[in-house]
Design a protein around this ligand. Structure first.
Ligand code: PGA
Length: 220
């Protein structure tokens, strides 16, 4: 089995670079993908980002382009997270443009969905998306499970993983996200068959995050 892809989404945390450095140095040897806020990316030399703009550059105040992320050493980018769909009102139209520009720039895209129907809409600008596998991962993130401490049951998650895999090529990794912790991590990988995990809240605690990686990646 290929090593699961474990992704830390720090969201809008922590408040200072000092704290970010402390957390990052505790988890960096795990080789997980760590997605801190943009302002810490270069200082930490982190390999993941939480979002990206859909143009390569230009007059777009406040935006960060995929070329800038590449230049900062970023390899992975989360696109379409439900919090951005909700608070920044990102539509499938916007997300599809982000996916396209990020892939064109050579970034690996972790596309977050909570419904199967979003996959087609968010990949519509990718030619042959049903065949294309390179640099794309899908994260199944049920809304009810995000940041609530109420993870999706293994059974339901497994059904969704299978349904997603039917839509896309088998080699596209499918991740689970939503209230992952060190107790439930193993089940999503071993029982539900996911290829990785997207971890929010629990990724802000170094020990808990390392325990998640151990549970998910190493056989007991
Ligand atoms: P959570 O967040 O682990 O805090 O539920 C997951 C996510 O939003 O990706």
């Amino acid at each position: 089995m290929k090593k699961p892809l474990i992704v830390a989404n720090w969201k809008c945390n922590p408040a200072t670079l000092k704290e970010a450095r402390r957390l990052f140095s505790a988890v960096k040897r795990t080789k997980a993908v760590v997605c801190p806020p943009f302002v810490y990316l270069s200082a930490l030399k982190a390999n993941g980002a939480q979002d990206v703009f859909w143009e390569k550059g230009g007059a777009y105040t406040g935006e960060i382009s995929p070329l800038m992320l590449k230049d900062a050493g970023v390899k992975y980018v989360i696109v379409g997270h439900s919090e951005r769909r909700k608070y920044q009102k990102e539509t499938d139209e916007i997300i599809s443009k982000k996916v396209k520009t990020a892939l064109d720039a050579g970034l690996r895209v972790i596309l977050c969905v909570d419904k199967i129907s979003q996959i087609e809409k968010d990949l519509k600008l990718i030619k042959n998306w049903k065949l294309k596998t390179e640099n794309l991962a899908i994260a199944y993130e049920p809304l009810f499970a995000i940041g609530t401490g109420k993870p999706c049951s293994i059974k339901k998650a497994k059904q969704m993983r299978k349904a997603i895999q039917k839509k896309i090529k088998k080699s596209v990794p499918v991740l689970y996200g939503g209230s992952v912790n060190s107790q439930n991590a193993r089940g999503y990988i071993r029982e539900a068959g996911f290829n990785g995990l997207l971890v929010g809240g629990a990724s802000l605690k170094a020990k808990e995050f390392i325990d998640i990686i151990k549970a998910a990646c190493y056989p007991k």
